[in-house]
Design a protein around this ligand. Structure first.
Ligand code: FAD
Length: 284
C-alpha cells in the first residue's frame, strides 16, 4: 500500500444517464445537492453497445458546462467498432473533456456481434493511438476478482495489461471487505503496477438492491452484514443507519491505510453520499 500514499486524495462521484423526463429531474436535483461538495470529477456511465451513447454525452456536457464540475464519460468497447469509438473520442475532445473511464462492458442481450474490441486494454491502446495524452484514462479494477476471470492471478495480469496500454489510474468495483482491496493493491505493486487505485464505494440504502447488484458483479456481502440487513426486513430506516455506519467505517479504514481517494456510486441520489461525505469530514 505504501506507494498509494504519495498521491493527493481524489474524491469523485458516479452517475448514470437518465432515461426519462422524471429521471432527468431526479438527476438534476441530485446534482444540485452534490455539486457544493466540490468533487474532483463526476463520471457518467455508458450502456454497453452504445445504448446510452447520446444520453451519456448530453449528461457529461451538462455536468461540465452547466454544473461546472469536471465530467468523465465512461466508454465501453464491447459490440463497438473502431470508427464508432473514434467518433465518440473526437466528439469529447472537441468539447473539452479531459478524462475518460475506459471499459470493456458486458455483451447486451440480443446483440450478436462482439465488435472490434475484445478487452478494455485494447480500448485503452486505441485511445492512446487516436488521441495521444489528451485524456486522463481511468480503468476498472476488481479487488474481489472480475466474475469471468479464471483466477485472481490471471485477472491481475489482465489489469496490468490495461496499465501497460496507457491507463493513468483505476477505480474499483465496490466491495465491503477492505482486506480484499489492500491485498489487491499489494499484489499490483508486486507486479510493478503503481497507478492510483481508487476504491469504488457503494452506499447501502436498500438491501434487495445491493444483494441483486452484488450477485451480478461478484461483490461479496460478508455474512455478518447480510444477516443484519436481512433481519431489518422492511425497516428502511434501520437499513440506512446500519449502512451508513458500516460504509463510513469502511471508507475511514481505506483512507487511513493509504487509499488515494474514494469514488462514490451515487445511483443518481444525493442523500446517502452527502451523509457519508459529512461523516468523513471531506467537506473540510
Ligand atoms: P476488462 O478489463 O477487459 O476485463 C474483462 C475480463 O476479461 C476480465 O475477466 C479480465 O480478467 C479478462 N481479460 C482482460 N484482458 C484479457 C486478455 N488479454 N486475455 C484474457 N482475458 C482477459 N459497464 C458498462 O457497461 N458501462 C459502464 O459505464 C461501466 N462502468 C463501470 C465502472 C467501474 C468503476 C467498474 C468497476 C465497472 C464498470 N462497468 C461498466 C462494468 C464493466 O464493464 C464490467 O465489469 C465488464 O464485465 C468488464 O469490463 P472491464 O473494463 O473491467 O474489462
Amino acid at each position: 500500500m505504501e506507494s498509494q500514499r504519495k498521491y493527493p486524495k481524489i474524491f469523485s462521484l458516479e452517475f448514470f444517464p437518465p432515461k426519462s423526463a422524471e429521471a432527468e429531474r431526479t438527476l438534476r436535483r441530485a446534482l444540485a445537492k452534490l455539486a457544493p461538495l466540490k468533487p474532483r470529477f463526476c463520471s457518467v456511465t455508458f450502456g454497453a453497445g452504445g445504448s446510452t451513447r447520446d444520453k451519456t454525452f448530453e449528461t457529461v456536457l451538462d455536468i461540465q458546462q452547466r454544473v461546472g464540475i469536471e465530467a468523465a464519460p465512461h466508454i465501453s468497447c464491447i459490440a463497438s467498432t473502431r470508427a464508432g469509438i473514434r467518433e465518440v473520442l473526437h466528439g469529447y475532445r472537441e468539447r473539452g473533456i479531459r478524462r475518460l473511464v475506459a471499459l470493456r462492458g458486458d455483451m447486451p442481450s440480443g446483440m450478436l456481434s462482439a465488435g472490434e474490441f475484445r478487452y478494455a486494454s485494447e480500448l485503452v491502446a486505441f485511445i492512446r493511438q487516436e488521441t495521444g495524452d489528451h485524456f486522463h484514462v481511468e480503468v476498472a479494477a476488481y479487488p474481489e476478482m472480475h466474475p469471468q476471470a479464471p483466477s485472481m492471478e490471471a485477472d491481475l495480469r489482465n489489469f496490468k495489461r490495461k496499465v501497460e496500454a496507457g491507463a493513468n489510474s483505476a477505480i474499483t468495483q465496490y466491495f465491503f471487505n477492505p482486506e480484499a482491496y489492500f491485498r489487491f493493491v499489494d499484489d499490483c505493486q508486486r507486479l510493478g503496477v503503481d497507478i492510483p487505485i481508487v476504491p469504488g464505494i457503494m452506499p447501502i440504502t436498500n438491501y434487495a438492491q445491493i444483494a441483486r447488484f452484488s450477485e451480478q458483479c461478484g461483490a461479496d456481502i460478508p455474512r455478518w452484514m447480510r444477516k443484519r440487513l436481512e433481519a431489518y426486513g422492511d425497516d428502511l430506516e434501520s437499513i440506512r443507519a446500519f449502512g451508513l455506519d458500516v460504509v463510513t467505517d469502511l471508507c475511514r479504514r481505506l483512507l487511513e491505510q493509504g487509499a488515494p481517494g474514494l469514488h462514490f456510486y451515487t445511483l443518481n441520489k444525493a442523500d446517502a453520499v452527502m451523509k457519508l461525505w459529512h461523516r468523513l469530514g471531506l467537506d473540510g
